[in-house]
Design a binder for this molecule. Structure first.
Ligand SMILES: [Mn+2]
Length: 442
């Protein structure tokens, strides 16, 4: 018997990859090992005659000769397949294992005879590339499911893990009739009442800590075991909290489920949840901790502590203003004639400069204002006449995010960097942009 196995709580990437694998491996059966996500379950039920799967209880693990693991290779995420997992772990020679996955490596990855592991946005992309190489065709219903897989794992091609390969796989599926209204319906199903309640209570319990310069939010709430879609609640909460990363700890029956999201390179939530035996991607990860006989609130405190410790251990420091500012600063005085100012800016190749009176910052001049003054015929004036006040400043310790926010708020393209009364540098929109576009080495 040949089986395809995806990770437990299968998302659309897992489900789509599993369905596609049953086409690539003739006669293979998708064995569902532990539940589907909210939208996936509705889709799977409606399409069971097209995308078949069997329950894990209905197979005889001893008769499996080929196990194809898709969107997973970490043994602890395989779900309820104990007997099969044992055969994989002891490298049973009568069992061949193939892996198709896009997750980061872990210490408990299944040993495999064939491993197609690449850091693309979705596992569906990897299988689809293989299918296209073999000349396999898909109809509009299959195209819709595979497109759902790519959309789900790449945030519709916007997550940082997305590659051009995901986009071209998606384009190929759209050419084959992937149905956008069906995709929208199942990708973002309407929220349930219990999700809304979970969101409200999680919002109330939100606490924010600054860890290594990153704003990290924590929230812990007890919810009933029937509450589904907590991953969606977590994503929404991250947006509402305007933090860099969010860890939600849901105590749910015998488990505390940890769901984490990050929207900053400063916090890799996949690595942060490693310590709790979970995992995932830098931007989205989960873990489940058994409560056993322990006190839940103590368990939550311990889990939170271990998450913070592992963020602290991550070798990622935010880029700060001091790392990119220009220093020392070329400055002018209020009495500098505009003609001389123009000449100085040209020499320094700057488009603006701070104005200092006896070393004290009193304004900022920029080339655009200088142009306007000259166009009005005001070239006989001095810097004081065109300088902008009040002066918006920043500090060396500010993060680039803070500098960017300040520029946007005050609509300025350069911020003098001050230490007490002294101007020690200047940071411009060009500096911030170079960081944003990854042109500055970390
Ligand atoms: Mn995936």
């Amino acid at each position: 018997m040949k089986v395809v196995i995806a990770h437990e709580s299968a998302d659309f990437d897992a489900f789509a990859a599993a369905a596609l694998a049953t086409r690539l491996y003739d006669g293979a059966v998708y064995v569902a090992t532990g539940g589907f996500g909210r939208g996936v379950r509705a889709f799977a039920t409606l399409h069971r005659d097209r995308f078949a799967y069997v329950d894990v209880a209905s197979i005889d693990a001893a008769s499996v000769t080929l196990a194809v693991l898709v969107d997973v290779r970490r043994l602890s995420r395989l779900g309820k397949v104990r007997a099969l997992r044992e055969r994989i772990v002891r490298a049973d020679p009568s069992l061949e294992v193939h892996v198709w996955d896009h997750h980061a490596a872990s210490s408990e990855d299944a040993p495999a005879k064939l491993a197609v592991v690449e850091r693309v946005g979705s596992t569906t992309t990897l299988l689809l590339e293989a299918a296209r190489e073999r000349g396999l065709e898909v109809d509009h219903v299959e195209a819709t499911l595979y497109a759902l897989g790519i959309h789900a794992d790449t945030g519709s091609l916007t997550f940082a893990n997305t590659t051009a390969r995901d986009a071209s796989a998606l384009a190929w599926l759209m050419e084959r009739g992937a149905d956008l209204s069906v995709i929208n319906r199942f990708l973002n199903p309407p929220w349930s009442v219990s999700q809304r309640e979970a969101l409200e209570r999680a919002l109330e319990s939100l606490t924010v800590r600054v860890v290594r310069g990153a704003r990290v939010a924590f929230s812990s709430v007890a919810v009933s075991t029937e509450t589904e879609g907590l991953d969606e609640v977590c994503s929404e909460l991250l947006r509402l909290s305007s933090c860099d990363a969010l860890f939600t700890l849901w105590s749910q029956g015998p488990k505390v489920r940890v769901i984490a999201r990050s929207r900053s390179a400063l916090v890799d939530v996949g690595r942060a949840l490693d310590a709790l035996g979970g995992g995932g991607h830098p931007t989205a990860a989960t873990a489940a901790v058994r409560v056993d006989s322990r006190d839940v609130s103590q368990l939550i405190a311990e889990s939170t502590g271990s998450i913070e410790a592992s963020i602290l251990a991550q070798p990622i420091d935010p880029i700060r203003v001091r790392d990119v500012m220009s220093s020392p600063v070329h400055s002018v005085s209020p009495s500098t004639p505009l003609r001389a100012l123009r000449e100085s800016l040209r020499q320094w190749r700057h488009s603006g400069a701070p104005v200092l009176r006896e070393r004290r910052l009193v304004g900022v001049v920029c080339a655009a204002d200088l142009d306007r003054a000259e166009a009005r015929g005001d070239s006989a004036l001095c810097a004081a006449a065109i300088m902008r006040q009040p002066v918006r400043t920043t500090t060396e310790d500010a993060t680039l995010d803070e500098a960017l926010e300040a520029m946007a708020r005050w609509d300025v393209g350069r911020l003098p960097v001050v230490r007490g009364d002294e101007v020690v540098g200047i940071v411009t929109r060009v500096d911030v942009r170079r960081v944003l576009y990854g042109e500055v080495a970390r």
